[in-house]
Design a protein around this ligand. Structure first.
Ligand SMILES: *[C@@H]1O[C@H](CO)[C@@H](O)[C@H](O)[C@H]1NC(C)=O
Ligand SMILES: *[C@@H]1O[C@H](CO)[C@@H](O)[C@H](O)[C@H]1NC(C)=O
Ligand SMILES: *[C@@H]1O[C@H](CO)[C@@H](O)[C@H](O)[C@H]1NC(C)=O
Ligand SMILES: *[C@@H]1O[C@H](CO)[C@@H](O)[C@H](O)[C@H]1NC(C)=O
Ligand SMILES: *[C@@H]1O[C@H](CO)[C@@H](O)[C@H](O)[C@H]1NC(C)=O
Length: 305
């Protein structure tokens, strides 16, 4: 058929094949200490403290072995797989522990399993172990402040999740020139007042809450307090400028300075126009075919081309 080019079929295929393989970048591991002696013994217990050579709350030899084994497992998973170097490198790994003997000891046992030194790293050839730093902060800093807050505020069980309530109350009271709770302005460890420490912890809480995944973009670039300008800059991509339009609200009618046509409408009209053109061309082709073969009874069934 001569008119076989009459009709065009256009397939617009768009695909976004993302072949980017996901790769491991960072690992955060959190674990507890190993097997230990009890923290307390009730007075009439048949096993009194002498049954525990190192006293209460102490990591046992079983606990050490458990953590040594866990260290070996971590070595298989992250070192033997090539994710990390076999030699300990302070640029690759950082270890933190609570300031409890059993936790620190667990961390050291774990690292003994994870980083057995090669001959080069041994400082004594008879000792298959190398010292690896474990960071900690005094238990005092961990808990004492919360206990203190419980004492002065009368709200028990203060923790990082609910500490904002005290900070917030003090802040509002201060802003409204109400009587100051004397303890709020007292020094906490000579570096800052109780109120200042509270405000820092309050901010830290929100950092913990919102420092993950997509929310991290809101945070990036701000340390603790985020100045308003910086906040606006950081949230520019995440905050819609015209939320009504993005949420699909209809355009208000007769809005001055606007034609009343949204992009969606323009695209729809354009597509409809295109379809009409294709249809008209198609019909024209068919009509021409019919006229051409009008005198050939079987022409219409010609499928040779
Ligand atoms: C809180 O009060 C209790 C009981 O009065 C006391 O034993 C404890 O030392 C106080 N803690 C702090 C941090 O002030
Ligand atoms: C903080 O304390 C509240 C009780 O006031 C409790 O419900 C919550 O689980 C605690 N959060 C943490 C992280 O300990
Ligand atoms: C609190 O006091 C300050 C300084 O005296 C004043 O500028 C401010 O308006 C007061 N705030 C309120 C809420 O009364
Ligand atoms: C400051 O912290 C130390 C422990 O790091 C503690 O012994 C001391 O009592 C604290 N001082 C105040 C004023 O809270
Ligand atoms: C929050 O995340 C950023 C990176 O996204 C990081 O640099 C920062 O140390 C994190 N802050 C806290 C408190 O975890």
């Amino acid at each position: 058929m001569k008119n076989k080019w009459c009709l065009f079929v256009v397939f617009y295929v768009s695909f976004h094949a993302c072949l980017c393989a996901e790769t491991l970048r960072l690992v955060n591991l959190v674990y507890r200490h190993g097997d230990r002696s009890p923290i307390e013994i009730f007075p009439k217990d048949v096993n009194q403290i002498e049954k525990w050579p190192q006293g209460l709350g102490w990591l046992s030899k079983i606990g050490m072995k458990q953590h040594y084994a866990l260290g070996q497992l971590l070595k298989t998973r992250y070192i033997d797989s090539g994710f990390m170097k076999a030699e300990y490198s302070r640029y690759e790994i950082s270890i933190e522990s609570s300031d409890e003997d059993r936790c620190l000891m667990s961390a050291y046992s774990n690292l003994a399993g994870m980083y057995p030194p090669d001959d080069d790293q041994k400082f004594n050839h008879d000792i298959p172990w190398q010292p690896i730093p474990v960071h900690t902060r005094p238990a005092y800093e961990d808990n004492m402040f919360y206990q203190y807050l419980g004492n002065v505020s009368g709200w028990d069980h203060e923790n990082i999740s609910n500490i904002w309530r005290i900070a917030d109350t003090l802040y509002c009271e201060k802003s409204h020139n109400l009587t100051v709770n004397t303890w709020a302005d007292q020094k906490w460890n000579n570096t800052q007042t109780v109120f200042e420490k509270l405000r820092k912890l309050e901010n830290f809480q929100f950092t913990l809450l919102y420092n993950g995944s997509e929310m991290s973009m809101l945070k990036g670039g701000c340390a603790f307090d985020c100045p308003f300008d910086q906040f606006v800059k950081l949230t520019k991509d995440a905050v819609p400028t015209d939320w009504k339009r993005q949420c699909g609200y209809p355009e208000p009618k007769g809005k001055s300075g606007s034609s009343g046509l949204s992009t969606g409408w323009i695209v729809s009209i354009g597509l409809t126009g295109l379809l009409v053109v294709v249809l008209v061309v198609g019909i024209t082709c068919v009509v021409k075919e019919q006229r051409k073969h009008a005198n050939m009874p079987y022409g219409r069934f010609d499928v040779s081309s």
